[in-house]
Write a protein of this length. Structure first.
Length: 311
């Protein structure tokens, strides 16, 4: 695995750890916004393009928002191959659902980063929100891209559904923080831990919060306010991957989501939403995790199961 350093592709490990063996996720590199008052990035139909992996939970958030907010006719998509190997994400189209690069016919995603900034130092991640007009990356932080999609194009689509309403923001922010630290990133902290202590800490906090969520959801359909919000949409991609890959591959095997009475029903109910189900691709997910992480699964054997999981 490699990354860009001063615009050059150099060999390194994508699993960054601190001195205690704890997984250390790197911050994203491009953090601009799109709005009508922006000096460069203003909302326009067919100006922006989304680069994603169907396997990636962070990218899946943006795909769900693209569907929910009626942006599919306004923002195009390119889907990378699920294998993330020595050259990171590729545009090889020989896996069902992978599209290749529909804009520039590039071979590797890192070439898009180089195109955006020739001297960039960064890890190469999805999602990427790309501006075709200026040939720049607008943003590659999923939590910010979904906020852009939530309101930035409303006047073009006529879709004013708000998944981050002002009156619920403090409660949404509370759940977002708890879920990101312990669940969204927590599964990676467990799976990529390099010491027993780091793993034990991560898996304990992960299941503490899953237990808390199961209690909180008793008699509720959604996390906040009785309707679908950003908190649900940031959580659901992780829940849908949990029994499918994390339970085995990342050793998060204390309980499955299907073993929780409330969480399992909550997950099934959200999956019934078309924007969520159509952006969930189990084969991409299984292939990516089991095939790409050689340090965890050196023989790259992709399991047939599980026979029972929420889908």
């Amino acid at each position: 695995m490699s990354e860009l350093v001063d615009g050059k592709w150099v060999e390194t490990s994508f699993i960054k750890s601190d001195t205690s063996g704890r997984y250390d996720r790197e911050p994203r590199s491009f953090r601009e916004v799109i709005n009508k008052d922006h000096s460069v990035f203003t909302p326009e139909t067919d100006r922006y393009h989304l680069y994603v992996s169907y396997a990636c939970p962070w990218a899946t958030r943006t795909l769900i928002y693209r569907s929910l907010k009626g942006l599919e006719d306004h923002i195009g998509v390119s889907v990378v191959h699920p294998d993330m190997l020595e050259n990171s994400w590729t545009f090889d189209a020989n896996f069902p659902g992978a599209t290749g690069d529909s804009l520039y016919d590039l071979t590797y995603l890192y070439e898009l980063y180089q195109k955006a900034q020739s001297d960039v130092t960064t890890s190469v991640t999805v999602p990427v929100l790309w501006d075709k007009k200026t040939q720049q990356i607008v943003n590659n932080e999923s939590s910010e891209i979904i906020r852009i999609f939530n309101t930035g194009f409303n006047h073009l689509t006529g879709n004013t559904e708000d998944y981050y309403p002002k009156d619920l923001r403090p409660e949404i922010d509370h759940w977002n923080e708890l879920i990101y630290d312990n669940i969204n990133n927590g599964v990676y902290r467990a799976g990529f831990a390099k010491t027993q202590k780091a793993y034990d800490e991560a898996v304990t906090s992960l299941f503490d919060v899953l237990d808390q969520l199961d209690t909180h959801l008793d008699g509720k359909d959604y996390l906040v306010g009785g309707h679908l919000t950003e908190a649900d949409l940031r959580l659901i991609p992780t829940l849908l991957r949990f029994d499918l890959v994390y339970f085995v591959h990342f050793k998060t095997n204390i309980r499955r989501i299907i073993d929780y009475r409330n969480l399992s029903q909550y997950t099934a109910n959200l999956y019934a939403i078309d924007a969520i189900s159509k952006n969930h691709h189990s084969e991409h997910i299984k292939r990516h995790y089991y095939y790409s992480h050689e340090i965890i699964n050196p023989y790259r054997i992709v399991p047939k199961g599980p026979a029972e999981f929420i889908k």
